[in-house]
Each structure stands twice: as C-alpha cells, then as structure tokens.
Design a protein. Structure first.
Length: 308
C-alpha cells in the first residue's frame, strides 16, 4: 500500500494541530484553575454547571429577600412589644384613676400621663423601617398611618389603607411582611383607631370636672376597651413572631441550599491541579517529539534514497 507524501505531511500537521489544541486547553484550565472553561471542555458538565449557577443565583436573591423580611419583621415585633407594654401601663393608670380618694389635681396628673401615652402610642404606630417606609400604613408606605389631634373630632384618624406587603422568600413561598395599622391598632369589625380611642376616652373622662355620676361605670368601660385593644395588638405581635420564625427557618434552609449548590458546582468544576500539570507536561513533550519527527520526515525525498 502506497502512502503519498502529501498524506504523510497532512498526518503530521493534523497531529501537531491536535496536540497544540490539547495543550491550549490544559493551559487554559490551569490558568483559570477550572476543569470546564468552555462548554467544549465537557458539554454535559457545562450544561449542569449553568443550571446550578442559575439556581444558586435565584437562591442568593431569596436569601437577600429573607434578610430584608427579617429586618422588617424584627422592627415590627419590637415596636408592637413596646406598644403592648405602653397599653398595659395605661391600663394601670386607668385602674389608679378609680381610687376615690384621689384629688382633682392628682386626676389631672394622670390625665397628663395618658396624654403622653397617646403621643407615645402614635410614635409606635407611625414607626418606619429606617428608610422612610411606614410599618403600619398598608401599601401607602410613604404616608404616616395615624394623625393625632386631641382637640379635633375625631381625635385620631387612620390615613393608611388595608393593604399588606408581600415578598417572595423561596420558589414556593411568598410571605406577608406588613399589617395595616387599622388591623393592628383598630377594633376588629369596628373603629380603625380602637387602641387610640380607648386612651382618648380615658383622657376625656379624666378631664371632666366635676366627675359624672357614672364615673366608675365609664371608667370600667374604658378599662375593658384598653384590655381589648391590648389583646388585639398582642395578636398582631404573635402573628409577626410566627412569620419571623418561619423566615428564620427558610434562611437556614437557603444557607444549606447554597452549600449544596457550591459543592455540586465544585465537584463538576474543580480542577485536579496535579493531574492537569502532568497532562500539560506530557502533551508538551508529545508535541515536541511530533514537531521533530515532522521536520525530519518533511526533509525526505527520492533523491535521498537514491544517493544513500
């Protein structure tokens, strides 16, 4: 079987081209410290890595969302805790006001304390997330939810809406992060300003001089109103706490998922540096021998054989 010179030369060129391509590939892997630099290195692994990177990116965004949710719910929780403590303190003031031995001056002092309590409650109800967004105004986050004017009628108004803000915290879970102020500080099925109304009623009752004949009965009604309003705020706080716990659980799951994604990507992508260097050396040596062999073969001709 005869082999033409052109075939022999082309075979040598092809061998050198293949070895050079292999050398370039290994060199790129070493430079990038990755086994799969381009899809051509391993199409199946490259597709899998791309899918894992996409999933990991989505998970990273969910993690950021859970962090934002955690901050919002934590602020809401601590604010409502303070509001509950305030309402309990106002209830104690109301009970104290039932002492028949108190003088008008002492009752005025309690009234002043209640006025300060109303303003303090307004501060809690109008709390923001630190970026100017109100916690309890529904979807109207740039509007202060409550306005207090004890000389007006009504003394307190709710300016927010009934909306609840939600955030996607996993591929299958959207969490409600906010509760409208009329649900938190209002009376279910009644006034949107129930908690404030109970304190305003106490304030007004203490300001009556002389006291009405049914002062004790009115005071007892106010105490019951404060109790109901406090319970409503406590229910809202418990709901926030439950969401905080769920969000914390999802944060933990998200961190575990991140570790799994990184491990899987690493298994596909990590380069065995010792093997890569060995492959580079072997390929480089093979290329050098092939180049020398090609150079010798390319110098052969019929005249060389005749003259030998």
């Amino acid at each position: 079987m005869r082999i033409s010179s052109s075939t022999l030369y082309q075979s040598g060129v092809n061998n050198m081209s293949n070895l050079q391509a292999q050398l370039l590939q290994v060199n790129m892997q070493i430079d990038n410290q990755k086994r799969v630099v381009t899809p051509a290195d391993d199409p199946v692994a490259a597709a899998r890595i791309e899918l894992l990177n996409t999933s990991s990116g989505q998970n990273d965004q969910y993690q950021k969302n859970t962090q934002a949710v955690s901050s919002w719910l934590s602020l809401s929780d601590s604010t409502l805790s303070s509001a509950v403590n305030l309402m309990n303190a106002m209830k104690s003031q109301a009970i104290q006001a039932g002492d028949g031995s108190l003088s008008p001056v002492q009752l005025q002092q309690i009234q002043k304390t209640v006025q300060e309590g109303i303003n303090e409650l307004a501060g809690y109800a109008n709390s923001t997330d630190g970026n100017g967004n109100y916690l309890f105004s529904g979807n109207a986050v740039t509007t202060a939810p409550f306005t207090v004017n004890l000389a007006g009628s009504p003394a307190v108004t709710y300016n927010g809406d009934n909306g609840q803000r939600s955030v996607q915290i996993s591929s299958s879970r959207t969490m409600t992060i906010s509760d409208p102020g009329n649900a938190v500080f209002g009376t279910p099925g009644g006034s949107a300003t129930g908690a404030f109304d109970s304190l305003v009623n106490l304030y007004n009752l203490l300001g009556q001089n002389p006291q009405p004949a049914n002062y004790a009965a009115q005071l007892n009604t106010v105490i019951n109103q404060i109790t109901s309003a406090t319970q409503q705020i406590s229910v809202s706080q418990a709901s926030v706490g439950a969401r905080e716990q769920e969000n914390a659980n999802l944060q933990s799951m998200s961190s575990s998922l991140n570790l799994q994604y990184n491990t899987s990507i690493g298994d596909l992508q990590n380069l065995d540096m010792a093997k890569a260097i060995s492959d580079f050396t072997m390929t480089q040596t093979s290329l050098q021998y092939t180049q020398k062999t090609y150079a010798q073969v390319s110098q052969l001709s019929l005249f060389n054989y005749i003259s030998s």
